[in-house]
Design a protein around this ligand. Structure first.
Ligand code: IPM
Ligand code: MG
Length: 370
């Protein structure tokens, strides 16, 4: 019998623990139905870790993340920690995990499920059937570039500095992930930067173009400036299949893309490292939504993005495609049955809270599996 799969579960702050609680019931379900055995270790991260340990993520937690087969992350942050410096904020925990585990490829799907086509603020005709994937570079760019900081000038005014930096290997490895994904989809890749004003953007464009010509001639590659991409995403999002872009543009465009679908509460993400010789790679899975402090603890949060993050985990870390699909199907069916959390509420549907939604997904899983 194969060894148990090691999961590190980091619920974090705000609605994180609530939606993670429902997701762990799905993990249990996998266990109970003998689909896979998981050893689940839970730990603190973000504001919860700041309160208990005085730091957003402890070195021991980082070590546990490195030892795990996969990390399931909730969300971090909240107004009570907004005044802390960048070296102490809850957000540093996710940035540290990305950096320490070498998680450079952040996969952010934006999929419009049929039952939710009216949840979008865009016209149904524009977004029906949308299925795009943003591959965001996540260990480089302006998030980590040096020099950075705030300095005081001789006249007493201040200067804030961040630096956009990309090397060819950094660009190539994330572009490779995007090309490979495109191959498994519609074989269309759009690379996004600001090559019209930024040297690093020009290098990005040239590097992706050269890699495409040399290794992926079968993938239709296009290039787009980030501002135009934002406009095109709203104008006609279905023109895209896979988008690859740097850390900052990816942060912005993936929020935009997620809202095309009508609810941040629906979208999962995966962040992958490079595979080692045995094909094993570090990987972290988290919903795209944040910690939503305004509704934390009220039992109102949509647990589906966290559950779908677990489905992505099964798919990308363990090649368990059928089980991933089962969970995705269960979530879709529950929505189609008319149950909705407040964020995706629609006329004629029944408004439910986090645990009723979780319960419904479990019932649906039982049904699908029987
Ligand atoms: C995201 C978030 C993070 C980011 C924050 C929490 C540091 O916005 O994952 O998109 O900017 O990368
Ligand atoms: Mg973001």
């Amino acid at each position: 019998m194969s060894a148990n799969k090691k999961l590190l579960v980091l619920p974090g702050d705000g609605i994180g623990p609530e939606v993670m609680h429902e997701t762990l019931r799905v993990v249990d379900w996998m266990d109970r139905t003998s689909r896979a055995r998981f050893d689940v270790v839970q730990d603190l991260v973000g504001g919860a870790s700041i309160e208990a340990r005085g730091m957003p993520i402890s070195p021991a937690t980082v070590t546990r993340a490195k030892e795990a087969d996969a990390v399931l992350f909730g969300s971090v942050g909240g107004p009570q920690w907004d005044k802390l410096g960048f070296d102490a904020r809850p957000e540093l925990s996710i940035l540290t995990l990305r950096k320490e585990l070498g998680l450079f490829a952040n996969l952010r799907p934006a999929i419009v499920l049929d039952p939710l086509v009216d949840a979008s603020t865009l016209k149904a005709d524009v977004i029906r059937g949308l299925d795009l994937m943003i591959v965001r570079e996540s260990t480089g760019g302006i998030y980590f570039g040096e020099p950075r900081g705030v300095e005081t000038l001789p006249d007493g005014t201040k200067r804030g500095i961040n630096t956009e930096v990309y090397t060819t290997p950094e660009i190539e490895r994330v572009a490779r992930v995007a090309f490979e994904l495109a191959r498994k989809r519609q074989s269309k890749l759009c690379s996004v930067e600001k090559a019209n004003v930024m040297e690093s953007g020009l290098l990005w464009r040239e590097t992706v173009a050269a890699l495409g010509a040399a290794e992926y001639p079968d993938v239709a590659l296009s290039h787009m400036y980030a501002d135009n991409c934002a406009m095109q995403l709203v104008r006609n999002p279905r023109q895209f299949d896979v988008i690859v872009t740097g850390n900052l543009f990816g942060d912005i465009l993936s929020d935009l893309a997620s809202m095309l679908t009508g609810s941040l509460g629906m979208l999962p993400s995966a962040t992958l490292g490079a595979p080692d010789a045995s094909g094993r790679r570090h990987a972290l899975y988290e919903p795209i939504h944040g910690s939503a402090p305004d509704i934390a603890g009220m039992g109102l949060a949509n647990p589906l993005a966290q559950m779908l993050s677990f489905a992505m985990l099964l798919r990308y870390s363990f090649d368990m495609h059928e089980d991933a699909q089962l969970i995705e199907q269960a979530c879709t069916n529950v929505l189609a049955s008319g149950l909705r959390t407040q964020d995706v509420m629609a006329p004629g549907c029944a408004k439910v809270g986090t645990s009723v939604m979780g319960e419904a997904v479990l019932r649906e899983l039982d049904k699908l599996a029987s």
